[in-house]
Design a protein. Structure first.
Lengths: 338, 591
């Protein structure tokens, strides 16, 4: 894909854009799930994201994008010792298409070499390519079960274990999972839902001027992608710098105890299980602060990101009809009133 | 031909839509709703002619991934001694149009793959050890022969520019073509230079908004249509008529609501029936053109779209029926197919003997490949043969787990209806919360007044269940027989799809409405027992929940009698709450 629609040209959908920017700033926030109406630019945003990611430094020729400075995470191939040459690569944004077969996801025997030379040689799959980048699944709720199982395991451990066709090896596979879909076509398994750090509901804008702008830009892009790109190059560059700066700053953003306490209270009020909710709240708030160039996380940051962190972690309450975002909003009011 | 004439009959709308599509087909499509017949054949012949020299190929609705996306061509691979890819239909149709027969049978999975190609113009091949991104700029024609609820999956329909309805068009309605293949070639050539100003977007967005067309794709398709119409006229500027026709062809069929009438009109009357009647003859449309304020123009276009709405759609909108419901109903249905039994959940191919299953060819070759050189005799080293030994055999395995479809048949009559429905609703959502892992579906049939109604067709989607369950009306008579008949039909359908149905009847059993709609307790009960016996004959599993307040649960209790006639289980739960219902139903589900 030569020129995807520029990220900065996406109209509205502030939450979705923010969620992606947060994930780009601090991958440890976990993945992003964008669920909602058709035609709201979910896939467009993901594909556009690739252009904004800062390049990564990798060991030359490594199929797993190993970072040269992190000894612990080197794959079998790079671990051979000696000095390693490095190169800069674009951060991978890898598509996991529906209909992919398991051998391409996990990696498998290289058929060509096996057929021609009778050699056993491992051909890395999509998980290898996505290491240190993003793995995108459009229509994630339609992904076949055996692939979901596999992803759940790898996403949790960060390691891809290959035991097939007489091959036995493992390689690092840490990636930010990005999923999109329409809930009416099928539910997402709860375990899978849980792997996403941030989740948001994407809705069609309901006012005419915004809709007009959506059409105007999309049409301009469709008619002449290159010209459109040129027009947005400045905005894209600004956004790229913003993310790069935020990455540099994020480690230094302070989180005072009072904010930590509020985060905990928020999770308790909503009854979200485990510590993952609190951790993600803090990380996302920190990334958001870094993006906004705020040095100390305050209530404003926490409030802004709370819905996207918590709405998919609520326990299902069949008798409460209000949507999950309303419930989060209610809890936020309650906690911040004190 | 004036603008309103051009779209005054279903055939004219259809043939104009097809013509506009043929000018700019890639990344768009036609949704043709019609049974096979002369009108459809004629339309398809014309489309093929108009598209030439672009190719029009055909694909079946249940196309498998290796044909749609592509995969390893095993024969060629063996011959060549290196992996050879087989191109799938999407990549092979690059620059052309694919016609999908029986589009109502397309599964959400296939729809999603087509949609991704329509959106991106590419197909990602990640299969059988092959990895490639192939160009696949295609157009799609969905030939939808669906009856009633069956329809093309919404995700795909949304990406097809024109929705055509030929349901009631016979060969008598067909008119000779107005355009020649050369016209189309010329229009396609002219298209890139067609200009449209911002006002066009403004009007189309406003019109879409008024008719409740939410997705921006609708407007984008209308905009493309307006340009294509201008190109067909041989002009390079979009005019008012182009906008009007484009809105009529693209936005009209997508309408989900009627626009609010302008304040200054006191029109309380129902929206005017479609066009033939009266288009103001005194005012030729050409003169309305340029001098109008955008607001007036918008009104006129709204009126034009409204006038050309297909009658069926008009009636549905007038009745306030949420149309999305229909389109999502079939989503759920096809959603099941993805996980349906014919395929089951595909498991990794495993070593095994051929007596135990079908050969997984690629996996078998993979297993044999590494040993190829070793197995060849020294004098054969140059041969391309692959020697496959029994230990290489890999067989396909599918997990054939039968899902259950729980069909709630709920008495929505009388004063207790509301509480009962609320509890059932809770129970349904609890069951759904749990059913993902079990592959179970839930349906709800409610009976009240004179009839039984499928409130929620079998689904696993909580989102859909929630929507269907809000605002369920209650009260009126108790047509038990009608409710059971509907339930039996739903159960029968579920069984045909390989699911195991469980009918859960919740009532106090005091039937007072007969099958023919007449009232009278004894006869109504007779009908109910008769319906119950039919269910027994079909051997559906049944659970009867008696919600009678007080009173006995002995052999005379009406619900007990019904349960007996259905050979089902009987439980008395006068004050059933969601959790209890959930527990009871779960106990009754086939394991």
């Amino acid at each position: 894909m030569v020129n995807p629609f520029p990220f900065s040209a996406i109209v509205g959908q502030d939450d979705m854009r923010l969620a992606f920017m947060i994930a780009a700033t601090d991958p440890s926030v976990g993945g992003v799930l964008a669920f909602g109406d058709r035609g709201t630019g979910k896939s467009t945003a993901v594909r556009a994201l690739a252009a904004l990611l800062p390049k990564i430094k990798v060991v030359s020729g490594c199929p797993y994008n190993c970072a040269p400075d992190k000894q612990a995470k080197l794959c079998g191939a790079c671990n051979g010792g000696g000095k390693q040459k490095t190169e800069m690569r674009s951060a991978p944004v890898v598509d996991l298409p529906l209909g992919a077969t398991e051998d391409r996801v996990v990696g498998a025997l290289n058929l060509e070499r096996a057929l021609a030379a009778g050699e056993k040689h491992f051909e890395p799959g999509l998980l290898a390519r996505a290491n240190r980048g993003f793995l995108y699944i459009d229509e994630v709720n339609l992904l076949e079960d055996h692939l979901v199982d596999l992803l759940l395991d790898v996403a949790a451990s960060g390691v891809n274990l290959v035991e097939r066709e007489g091959l036995s090896l493992s390689h690092p596979a840490r990636f930010v999972l990005i999923g999109s879909g329409n809930p009416e076509e099928g539910e997402l398994r709860p375990q899978m839902l849980d792997r996403f750090g941030l989740a948001l509901e994407v809705r069609t804008p309901q006012d005419v001027p915004t809709r007009m702008e959506v059409i105007r830009r999309r049409d301009a892009y469709d008619r002449d992608p290159e010209a459109f790109h040129k027009q947005w190059a400045g905005a894209e560059k600004k956004l790229r710098t913003k993310i790069t700066h935020a990455r540099e700053r994020v480690a230094d953003v302070e989180v005072p105890d009072s904010v930590l306490e509020r985060a905990t209270r928020l999770c308790l009020t909503l009854g979200s299980d485990g510590l993952r909710g609190e951790l993600t709240l803090i990380r996302a708030a920190r990334a958001y602060a870094a993006l906004e160039d705020v040095k100390v996380v305050g209530d404003a940051e926490l409030k802004r990101i709370a819905p996207m962190v918590l709405s998919h972690r609520l326990r299902r309450n069949p008798l409460d009809d209000s949507g999950s975002s309303t419930r989060v909003a209610r809890a936020v009011e309650e906690v911040f009133a004190k | 031909m004036s603008v309103s004439d051009a779209v005054s009959t279903p055939w004219r709308r259809a043939s104009l839509a097809a013509a506009v599509f043929a000018v700019d087909p890639l990344g768009s499509g036609l949704l043709v709703r019609a049974g096979a017949g002369p009108a459809r054949d004629e339309l398809m012949t014309r489309v093929a002619g108009a598209l030439a020299p672009m190719r029009l190929s055909r694909a079946p609705a249940d196309i498998a991934d290796d044909r749609l996306i592509g995969g390893l061509d095993v024969a060629a691979t063996l011959r060549a001694g290196k992996p050879i890819a087989e191109t799938g239909v999407l990549a092979a149709s690059h620059g052309g149009v694919i016609a999908m027969a029986m589009a109502e049978r397309i599964s959400v999975g296939v729809a999603a793959r087509l949609s991704q190609a329509l959106d991106s113009g590419e197909v990602a091949l990640q299969r059988d050890g092959l990895s490639a991104i192939l160009p696949a700029r295609v157009g799609v024609i969905a030939l939808d022969e669906g009856q009633e609820d069956e329809a093309t999956p919404a995700a795909l329909a949304e990406r097809l520019g024109f929705w055509i309805d030929l349901e009631h068009v016979g060969w008598r309605d067909i008119e000779p073509p107005a355009l020649t293949p050369e016209d189309f070639e010329a229009a396609r050539k002219l298209l890139p230079s067609v200009e449209s100003d911002d006002k066009v977007i403004e009007i189309l967005v406003a019109t879409a908004f008024q008719f409740g067309v939410d997705s921006p794709r609708g407007v984008l398709f209308a905009l493309r249509a307006a340009r294509a119409l201008a190109a067909l006229r041989g002009e390079t500027k979009v005019e008012r008529d182009d906008i009007e026709l484009a809105a009529t062809l693209v936005l009209g069929p997508r309408a989900t609501r009627m626009p609010a009438p302008p304040e200054d009109q006191e029109s309380e009357e129902p929206p005017p029936p479609p066009p033939e009647e009266e288009t103001p003859p005194d005012e030729p449309p050409e003169q309305k053109g340029e001098d109008n304020t955008p607001r007036e123009l918008e009104e006129q276009i709204l009126e034009a779209v409204r006038a050309a709405l297909p009658p069926g759609l008009l009636a549905a909108l007038a009745a306030g029926a949420p149309r999305n419901r229909r389109s999502s109903a079939k989503d759920g249905k096809s959603g099941e197919e993805i996980y349906s039994l014919q395929r089951g959940r595909p498991l990794d191919a495993r070593p095994g003997s051929l007596s135990k299953g079908r050969l997984a060819l690629v996996a078998t070759l993979r297993a044999a490949a590494p040993w190829r050189k070793l197995r060849l005799k020294p004098e054969e080293q140059n041969s391309r043969r692959v020697i496959v030994k029994p230990e290489d055999f890999r067989i396909r395995r599918h997990r054939q787990k039968k899902g259950a479809t729980t069909i709630f048949v709920v008495d929505a009559s009388g004063s207790l209806a509301m509480t009962r429905l609320a509890e059932v609703k809770g129970a349904i959502e609890m069951l759904l919360a749990d059913c993902y892992a079990r592959r179970d579906n839930i349906a709800l049939v409610a009976f009240r007044g004179r009839a039984g109604e499928i409130v929620l067709p079998p689904t696993r989607s909580t989102a859909r269940a929630k929507r269907a369950l809000t605002g369920l009306p209650g009260g009126g008579g108790t047509p038990v027989a009608a409710g059971l008949d509907v339930a039996a039909a739903v159960a029968d359908q579920a069984r045909r799809k390989g699911q195991t149905p469980l009918i859960v009847l919740m009532t106090d059993g005091r039937a007072n409405i007969c099958r023919d709609g007449g009232s009278g307790r004894p006869r109504a009960m007779e009908d109910a027992i008769d319906a119950a016996k039919r269910i027994a004959a079909a051997q559906f599993s049944v659970l009867c929940i008696d919600t009678t307040q007080g009173g006995g649960s002995g052999p005379d209790a009406p619900v007990r009698q019904l349960a007996g006639a259905m050979l089902g289980r009987y439980v008395k739960l006068p004050r059933a709450d969601a959790a209890v219902i959930n527990a009871v139903v779960r106990g009754a589900l086939p394991q």
